[in-house]
Design a protein around this ligand. Structure first.
Ligand code: AP5
Ligand code: MG
Length: 222
């Protein structure tokens, strides 16, 4: 089997979404972005959205059982030709659930891609992030759109995420350090971790990840 089953790990603002959109194109992988899916539920006012909202706005995590069910449904829906998970798993409970459910389906993870960036970089980035309703990402200084306030790719208006206010970013970072950082050792111990320096230019980060994945895919095919 040569499918690439990948997860993206890293603090808020490290560039997971930015890299994911490039990598899904490079490798033709289905993209499953947990944050985007949850925000859709919130906007549509579904049961899950109502339960998720307060956790997301407070900078905490949505309860494991809700997120696990949502993601496994999505993984099954996408078939068995690889996936790129952005923002899942975020706790050891979620990581164990993913491993167990993949095993039941005779599948396994290919790699956990860690994009690292220190807190001060993340805070600068998130304060200037803008995005459209399709999820295309910009930064007012580092990656501005050609026309202010308008998406280059689809022309839709750009907005700021409500959880990108400085106080909420600090809370999200604290949540990351406490709940998600233990997954670095978790995947290192299983020989699945690949590290990338997220402070570099996004083109460089992309080149590094793409080269690593090309090698991994060759190895999978051998
Ligand atoms: P989610 O939407 O996943 O947010 P996050 O993890 O906090 O990550 P971000 O999307 O903020 O950052 P990113 O790494 O994608 O950075 P980006 O590429 O945009 O989750 C939101 C919430 O949902 C969570 O807080 C939680 O409540 C809930 N949730 C999600 N998953 C969950 C789970 N599994 N369990 C429970 N709850 C869950 O880049 C940021 C900015 O920097 C952009 O402006 C970009 O243009 C710029 N940029 C990117 N790369 C570079 C670079 N190399 N150089 C300069 N600028 C750059
Ligand atoms: Mg993101």
């Amino acid at each position: 089997m040569s499918e690439l089953n990948l997860i993206l790990l890293g603090p808020p603002g490290a560039g997971k979404g930015t890299q994911a959109s490039r990598l899904t194109e490079d490798f033709g992988l289905p993209y499953i972005g947990t944050g985007d899916l949850l925000r859709e539920h919130v906007d549509e006012g579904t049961d899950l959205g109502r339960q998720a909202k307060e956790h997301m706005e407070g900078g905490g995590l949505v309860p494991d059982d809700l997120v696990i069910a949502m993601i496994l449904d999505k993984v099954d829906e996408e078939g068995d030709d690889g996936f790129l998970l952005d923002g899942f798993p975020r706790t050891v409970v979620q990581a164990d659930a993913l491993a167990e459910e993949l095993e039941k389906r005779d599948r396994r993870l290919t790699a956990a891609l860690l994009i690292h960036a220190p807190d001060e970089v993340v805070i600068r980035r998130l304060s200037g992030r803008r995005q459209c309703s399709e999820g295309h990402l910009y930064h007012v200084n580092f990656d501005p759109p050609k026309h202010e306030g308008k998406c280059d790719q689809c022309g839709k208006p750009l907005h700021q995420r409500s959880d990108d206010e400085p106080e909420k970013v600090k809370k999200r970072l604290a949540t990351y350090h406490e709940k998600t950082e233990p997954l670095i050792d978790y995947y290192e111990d299983r020989g699945l971790l690949r590290r990338f320096d997220g402070t570099q230019d996004k083109v460089k980060v992309h080149d590094h990840i793409r080269a690593t994945l090309a090698t991994l895919r060759l190895e999978e095919r051998l």
